[in-house]
Write a protein that binds this ligand. Structure first.
Ligand code: GLP
Length: 261
């Protein structure tokens, strides 16, 4: 696992966008897995700016969603499908056909989960998966004690996650769904490169447990330790509880530029 400590969220977004641009130069139709939440927005902003400035061609990129609420009406502005279309797919100038995601309004949710897991594999697998992290260490919507081998499935949100996400629903927790579909941890680990961005002091404890704690279902993001190519990008505040922070800084400062992330 590589840990990169950056000055702030903007620098983290730019670093990761550069990594995505490198990927697209080598594989123009790369399948990019995207996360929602506030944290990855600087990544999307930086990538969109690069594309609009002609620095990289993303016209053949494909986008895959990480997770979704269950039971929101199709087209709800806070469904993750709507969010990803609005924040990533449309600004990159991609058509909805370039996008895939689980169907959170399906009548048969179990079938929708299996179908999405299959669709990801049939699309050749995710090349680079962007991840955020919940305050409790969740990735996607894999809450603590999710199986590290889990596949795309339905999960029940913790109260804490519903509280955290109420800000997207007029600060009204009653509007936050209880159930979600999420790529499983086993599914996420199949992506060829995992890139987790965490910013702010509120994520410091989860980051320390993810990077320096034991691999444990209690901290779902710790599963990144099992992946051969995982990059964790953190700002100074999110890095504040890392014991090896100086080592991570030293390693990155001395990394050959050609290596990228
Ligand atoms: N399902 C999403 C996660 O993918 C995201 O990482 C997390 C943190 O969001 P934020 O980046 O807004 O803190 O929120 C939600 O639970």
């Amino acid at each position: 696992m590589e840990v990169v400590i950056v000055k702030d969220a903007k620098a983290g977004g730019e670093l990761i966008a550069d990594g995505i641009a490198d990927l697209l130069r080598g594989k123009p139709d790369a399948l990019l897995g995207v996360a929602t939440g506030s944290t990855p927005i600087p990544i999307y902003d930086a990538l969109i700016a690069q594309v609009q400035a002609g620095g990289v061609d993303a016209s053949r990129a494909r986008i895959a969603q990480l997770d979704e609420y269950v039971g929101l009406p199709a087209g709800h502005p806070e469904s993750y499908r709507s969010t990803v279309l609005r924040q990533v797919v449309e600004p990159l100038g991609l058509s909805p056909e370039a996008f895939m995601g689980p169907d959170g309004s399906a009548e048969d949710v179990l079938a929708a989960c299996e179908a999405y897991d299959r669709a990801l594999a049939e699309a050749g697998g995710v090349d680079l998966q962007i991840l955020g992290i919940g305050t409790d260490g969740h990735i996607g919507f894999n809450e603590p004690c999710s199986s590290l081998a889990s596949r795309t499935r339905i999960k029940t949100l913790t109260e804490q996650t519903r509280v955290d996400n109420a800000r997207f629903f007029d600060n009204d927790i009653e509007q936050v769904p209880h159930h979600v579909i999420t790529q499983g941890i086993g599914t996420i680990l199949e992506a060829r490169h995992l890139v987790l961005l965490a910013t702010g002091e509120g994520k410091a404890e989860a980051v320390a447990q993810t990077v320096e704690g034991p691999v444990a279902a209690l901290v779902p993001a710790s599963a990144l330790q099992l992946h051969p190519h995982a990059t964790v990008v953190v700002d100074e505040a999110a890095a504040s509880k890392l014991k090896l922070a100086d080592y991570f800084r030293h390693t990155f400062a001395n990394k050959p530029a050609w290596q990228g992330i």
